[in-house]
Design a protein around this ligand. Sequence first.
Ligand code: FMN
Length: 164
Amino acid sequence: MGAALASEVPDTTLFRKAMGGFAAGVTVVTTALDGRLSGTTVSAFSSLSMDPPLVLACLKRGSRTLSAVREAGVFCVNILAADQGELAYAFAKSGCDERFALAALEPGASAAPVLAGCVAAVECELHAAHDGGDHEILVGRVVSVRIDESKPPLVYVRGQFLKS
Ligand SMILES: Cc1cc2nc3c(=O)[nH]c(=O)nc-3n(C[C@H](O)[C@H](O)[C@H](O)COP(=O)(O)O)c2cc1C
């Protein structure tokens, strides 16, 4: 590597910086429990299996949304469009209920809210939850998918959203 910074046992800052170079899409993972909506911004999301259709999302321990998903057993991964950066920041504030007022909601396959204006919404039933250090790895079995290919996706890299 050229002008490289390296360390054998990566310190947190270097590890964070290295991972920041991995450009990622941005999602809002939502759920509903007894009528109360929860949601949080998540970039640690990936498809996992085609047959059966599975996805995974990593939520940090202590996340209110994580507890709500575990109890509700359903969640929706709303894949944000390039013009939804504000929504991403709003949903990164823990326990802020007003954030759902920022987006119109669409009816979905389960109680988990589907946010309007996203490039895709992937609705899931909770299939498994695995240990992931200070995060938990939620595996969702996909029950419904919708897409809107008219807009580019939001991309997060090196601590900021890519200008489109
Ligand atoms: C661009 C971006 C990506 C994020 N990705 C994740 C992630 O993958 N997993 C996670 O647990 N938190 C992630 N966060 C932080 C959470 O959104 C934040 O901790 C939030 O306060 C948790 O809310 P909750 O406790 O209401 O669930 C991200 C934040 C931003 C701005």
